[in-house]
Design a protein around this ligand. Structure first.
Ligand code: F6P
Length: 366
């Protein structure tokens, strides 16, 4: 029987539990054994109780849950070769040679590196006497399949990452809550949302909540004139009878000189306009709570596809990332997706803002 390990790594996101459930159940259905690797890559590095076989019933009720019940971590040991050697040992001890990783681009890059190093790691485990040649014979290659779990929706070659819509929902709920008190007091609120250097959450929340103004990294505000523009637009809305002002600031918001735009910068400007202003930093509230229907769906269909991809993978196929493009579940080369994702950040840092916008947009088309 093929033995597959599943792990969640990096920042958690809603839908990760549903991914584990789908991989466990699709694995069992397709005649595999599935191991839950607890605490991200630490579970591989430490082995023992952190690498545990999961049965059908173990993941009962996991479909809607928030967070990840097998834990997650940003594991330092796995960044070192020594840690990866230990991970390879623990996997071979359990007869596991396939890994489904659900995380962001950093976690998925680590997985692909592990795969390329695997034959050397196995050789070393023979040389140092941990295993005999015969024992490692069935485990000459490692299969890696990536699933993108992140609230940020920042990965190329997939329209949506698992957790992004739940996080968006949470932001919208919070902004709706803020709206009532804002209107009561005729106040302005600056709402800062997480999303690293991706503006998707801020942009979508701004549209869905009818914000007055949105700051995102991909379309930086003009350093010379954003304050004036913010004032004019907010005052115009007030003049039409709006009793509140809502400005959404993405965590990675910058101006076109690449200077960070902070919530405090925006607050200062709103206060200059005479508006009684408060800042709300949503922070990890956005990563909490249950998964919305779309994330449950995405996690389930992609988790099933991940198991199929494990079973169809060959040593010469590049590690696949499971994505969704135009409503179709797809497999794309993992490292190409990571490279394209990184090129957005590069374009921004080189002030090629139209390219950055185009590159983000190209992740929605193909
Ligand atoms: O990548 C997910 C994310 O929530 C980002 O939006 C945010 O910048 C970061 O992780 C926060 O990380 P931590 O949970 O380590 O504070």
């Amino acid at each position: 029987k093929k033995r597959i390990a599943v792990l969640t790594s990096g920042g958690d996101s809603q839908g990760m539990c549903a991914v584990v459930r789908a991989v466990v159940r699709a694995g069992i259905y397709l005649n595999c054994e599935v191991f839950g690797c607890y605490e991200g890559y630490s579970g591989l590095v430490q082995g023992g109780k952190l690498l545990k076989k999961l049965e059908w019933g173990d993941v009962r009720g996991w479909l809607s849950l928030g967070g990840t019940l097998i834990g997650t971590a940003r594991c330092m040991e796995f960044r070192e070769r020594e840690g990866r050697l230990s991970a390879a040992k623990n996997m071979i001890l359990r007869g596991i040679d396939a890994l489904v990783v659900c995380g962001g681009d950093g976690s998925l890059t680590g997985a692909d590196l592990f795969r390329s190093e695997w034959p050397d790691l196995v050789k070393e485990l023979v040389t140092n006497g941990t295993f005999t040649d015969k024992q490692v014979e069935p485990y000459r290659n490692l299969t890696i399949v990536g699933l993108v779990g992140s609230i940020d929706n920042d990965m190329a070659m997939t329209d949506h990452t698992i957790g992004a819509f739940s996080s968006l929902e949470r932001i919208c709920e919070m902004v709706d809550f803020i709206d009532s008190t804002a209107a009561s007091h005729s106040r302005a609120f600056v709402v800062e949302v997480m999303g690293r250097n991706c503006g998707w959450l801020a942009l979508m929340a701004g549209i869905c909540c009818g914000a007055d103004y949105i700051f995102i990294p991909e379309r930086p505000a003009k350093a010379e004139s954003w304050k004036q523009s913010l004032k004019e637009i907010c005052l115009r809305h007030r003049a039409k009878g709006r009793r509140k002002t809502t400005v959404i600031v993405a965590e990675g918001a910058i101006d076109d000189n690449l200077q960070k735009i902070t919530s405090e910068n925006v607050e200062e400007c709103l206060v200059e306009m005479g508006l009684d202003t408060r800042i709300t930093q949503l922070g990890h509230v956005q990563r909490g709570g249950t998964a919305v229907a779309f994330d449950r769906f995405l996690a389930t269909v992609q988790g099933v596809e991940a198991v199929k991809a494990v079973l169809e993978n060959t040593p010469s196929t590049p590690s696949p990332m499971i994505g969704i493009l135009n409503n179709r579940v797809v497999r794309r080369p993992l490292m190409e997706a990571v490279k394209l994702t990184k090129s957005v950040a590069t374009a921004i840092s080189e002030k090629r803002f139209d390219d950055a916008m185009g590159l983000r947009d190209s992740t929605f088309k193909e």
